[in-house]
Design a protein around this ligand. Sequence first.
Ligand code: PAF
Length: 279
Amino acid sequence: MMILRTTAEMRRQSRAWHRADETVGFVPTMGYLHAGHMSLVREAAERCDRVVVSIFVNPTQFGPNEDLAAYPRDFARDEALCREAGVDAVFYPAVGEMYAADHSTWVVEESLTRTLCGASRPGHFRGVTTVVAKLFHAVEPEVAVFGRKDAQQALVIERMARDLDFAVEIVVAPLVREPDGLAMSSRNKYLDADQRQRALAISRGLALAVRKYERGERDAAALCATVADGIRAAGGEIDYVELVSRADLCPAARAEGPVLLAVAARFGATRLIDNVFLG
Ligand code: PAF
């Protein structure tokens, strides 16, 4: 498995594969890999001859008061997991490789980012779309795989790829949960045992909302309250619980047609997200 640290090296390798008629599947990550990431790697390997994983904790998607410095990092462990999974190359650039000191160009999606995490984390998606565009230029993949836990991110990336004519197919892979239902996330590591237990209110609330939906509940306020009440009762601090249309991520008053019920909540200092698609 190759470890490539510069955009030039990454692009050279990808072009060598392409010259040999091999396709490249790409899994962008911020490292501290877990089973959810490894399911994305398997998805890429099923579709392409070669798999590249990028590990880059992207500073531009963190707000000034967010957890950039504390974000978990363990490259040796990530490298071992990638090797074990048969990854062909890890793209592991330094911040200075990805961003010139006087970097001043951004990729901004202006519609789907108005709600949910776009509203609660100003500037976050500008950092995500910019870095993903730069990673696509470095890796030049045929396929890029994103997880559905970050449902809004996946939709924003799909939109960016379409609007800016990236020749890459965006695949959105299913959300992976721990056996007790907690959505897998690198940030779960921050939770102590008590917070970890209480954070189950998120997935349990969503599961209860799905059951109510299946029994005919369509009112957004009722579905959101089902989730929010459980989180508050468990001592969580809600960032948002919202029902939005799947098409444009605008708030929906009723769960008619395809909608997304999305949550962001804090247990202690840890901000967790989760979601379900309905309809
Ligand atoms: O989902 C993530 O880990 C990040 O937002 C991504 C897509 C790797 C961009 O930094």
